[in-house]
Write a protein that binds this ligand. Structure first.
Ligand SMILES: [Zn+2]
Length: 140
C-alpha cells in the first residue's frame, strides 16, 4: 500500500468509494468522474504503479474479472456493450499511478467518443523496423 495513493486510500477505507466488487486481491468501484452510468475502475488491491508492474497471473485474472464485471454492468445498466480502457503511464493518460482498468458500459448513441485518429508511417521500412524491434524486445 502506498500512503499517498488515492486508490490505496479507498482500499484501506481511508477514502469513501461506491464499491461494486471486492475479494482478497481485487477491488472495483464506481468512478467519481464517470463517462457513462456504471463506469467502474477495477484494480488489484496491492499497490502496483502501472499495469506493467502487475504480476502476469494477477493481470490475467484482472482481465477475466473485468470481462465478467462488464457483462454484469451491461445487465445492470441495460447497456449493449462496454469498453475497457487502460492507461499505462502518465503520457498515456494515467492520472492515478495505481494500475487500474476502466470498464465503461456503452449504448448506441450514448455520445461517448474516444479520441481517434489514424497516422501514416513514413515508409514500409519504418513499419517493418517497428515490427522487428518489437519482436526482438518482447519478453514473455
Ligand atoms: Zn495504490
Amino acid at each position: 500500500m502506498s500512503s499517498n495513493c488515492a486508490f490505496c486510500k479507498v482500499i484501506g477505507r481511508e477514502q469513501q468509494a461506491d464499491i461494486v466488487y471486492e475479494d482478497s486481491t481485487y477491488i472495483a468501484f464506481l468512478s467519481i468522474t464517470p463517462l457513462n452510468k456504471g463506469h467502474v475502475l477495477l484494480m488489484p488491491t496491492p499497490h502496483y504503479p502501472s499495469i506493467t508492474a502487475v504480476p502476469d497471473h494477477v493481470r490475467e485474472k484482472m482481465m477475466t474479472l473485468g470481462s465478467h464485471l462488464g457483462c454484469a454492468l451491461m445487465r445492470a445498466t441495460d447497456s449493449d456493450g462496454f469498453n475497457f480502457f487502460l492507461a499505462n503511464g502518465q503520457c498515456a493518460g494515467q492520472i492515478i499511478l495505481h494500475a487500474h482498468l476502466h470498464i465503461v458500459p456503452r449504448c448506441p448513441g450514448d455520445g461517448l467518443v474516444f479520441p481517434s485518429r489514424s497516422i501514416a508511417y513514413e515508409s514500409d521500412e519504418e513499419k517493418e523496423e517497428i515490427i522487428r524491434n518489437t519482436q526482438s524486445r518482447l519478453e514473455i
